[in-house]
Design a protein around this ligand. Structure first.
Ligand SMILES: Nc1ncnc2c1ncn2[C@@H]1O[C@H](COP(=O)(O)OP(=O)(O)OP(=O)(O)O)[C@@H](O)[C@H]1O
Ligand SMILES: [Mg+2]
Length: 388
């Protein structure tokens, strides 16, 4: 049963009430003034306080307010000899749970005390539920936020995957078309080339010679585009067991020697550690670097630096190709890997998609590591131990 503090300056009432409540099983403590009552409540934290409205050291209303304010878990039943309606209203407003008019009979007292304690129990349980409900609501809210975040992440991942699928499909379609087209176009192109050479032999006029040279150049250009299309689609492969990446890179650089000299480009090739070899098709690897070098050199028409650095890390071979060109604007950084995306007048937009396709074929990847107005670093990586 509960603990009850009874406060009354009349010792007879204190005794009677104590007796009644103790008989009912309650633990009863008593006080005869409000000061003692307050310190008793503070130390004992009773479930209930029974208090007379008229106390020697203070007005019962003031003590009631203090009690309700400082010890809201202790409910209060007030009793008094004067039963004016205003007082009752005042007491209930101040937080009394019940009001008993003296003289009260024993049964009424016990009934009211039992009633208030039951009410207290229900209200406290209710409050605990309320707190639990708020806690759960907060938890649900947090879950909701987390869920939304997860959905957002998944959607983004899905969109990225979708974009990649589209790119791969474009490349596949390209392969299918280009194989057929290359054959169809190369024959007439060959004829054009032959006839132009014949015409050139017979041409006296310098202007005509010049025009025919231009025709030949354009024919070469078409042939170059076709070659790139066929390359992009991937040719038949000859995988070798131990390819040296450094050698592949040196061969690729060799191709650009004339361009490097005429554009006054300083080239550096750094490779400090001994490198693991790759199981790969050297021609495919070479394509990666010729495309990257070509892009870099196209960016630097009047001098610049082409720096190539090969390192190993976490079982990966990492090659960085840095140029001192104009850089790639932020909004184009993913676009440049899309097939046919180009910003060049005479570009086809095949270079980087091919680089990416081949790098991924070897379970590696190519990314833009850094780019600014001072230049760009492309980073290519391959897992060192596997091949395609
Ligand atoms: N090193 C670089 N610096 C600045 N921009 C670059 C660099 N490399 C590529 N880009 C940008 O990415 C675009 C796509 O490159 P990609 O090699 O795929 O095609 P392209 O060079 O335009 O044409 P292609 O290589 O087929 O002749 C380029 O048009 C250019 O805008
Ligand atoms: Mg290119």
């Amino acid at each position: 049963m509960g603990k009850i503090v009874v406060v009354d300056d009349d010792p007879a009432i204190l005794e009677l009430v104590s007796l009644l409540l103790a008989r009912r099983g309650y633990q009863v403590l008593t006080a005869t003034d409000s000061q003692t009552a307050l310190s008793l409540v503070a130390s004992e934290r009773p479930e209930l306080v029974l208090m007379d409205y008229m106390l020697p050291d203070s007005n019962g209303l003031t003590t009631l307010r203090t009690l309700r304010d400082q010890f809201p878990d202790s409910y209060v039943i007030m009793f008094s000899g004067q039963g004016s309606e205003e007082i009752v209203v005042e007491l209930m407003k101040a937080g009394a749970a019940e009001y008993l008019l003296k003289p009260f009979n024993n049964r009424t007292l016990v009934e009211r005390v039992d009633g208030v304690l039951r009410l207290r129990e229900i209200e406290q349980a209710n409050r605990a539920l309320q707190i639990e409900r708020e806690r759960l609501l907060l938890e649900i809210e947090a879950w909701n936020r987390e869920l939304q975040e997860r959905v957002r992440e998944k959607t983004e991942a899905l969109q990225r995957a979708q974009t990649e699928i589209t790119q791969t499909e474009k490349l596949a379609a390209l392969g299918y078309l280009s194989a057929g087209m290359a054959h169809e176009i190369r024959n007439p192109l060959n004829s054009i080339s032959l006839f132009t050479q014949l015409l050139k032999q017979g041409a006296q006029d310098e202007e005509q010679q010049e025009y025919l040279d231009k025709v030949m150049k354009e024919v070469d250009r078409i042939d170059g585009i076709i070659r790139r299309l066929v390359d992009a689609a991937g040719r038949s492969r000859t995988v070798q067991p131990a390819v040296q990446v450094l050698e592949v890179i040196q061969t690729a650089l060799e191709i650009f020697k004339p361009q490097i000299e005429s554009h006054h480009i300083m080239v550096s090739l750094e490779c400090n550690q001994p490198l693991p070899t790759l199981k790969a098709d050297p021609a495919e690897l070479e394509q990666i670097f010729t495309n990257l070098f070509q892009n870099a050199l196209q960016e630097m028409t009047h001098g610049g630096q082409l720096a190539i650095a090969i390192t190993t890390a976490d079982n990966q071979i990492v090659v960085r190709v840095r140029d001192t060109g104009k850089g790639i604007p932020a909004e184009l950084q993913e676009k440049v890997f899309e097939p046919f995306f180009t910003t060049k007048n005479r570009g086809t937009g095949i270079g980087l998609p091919v680089v990416r396709r081949i790098a991924r074929l070897y379970h590696g990847d190519v990314t833009i590591e850094e780019t600014s107005a001072n230049g760009t670093i492309f980073r290519v990586c391959f897992p060192a131990l596997t091949g395609a």
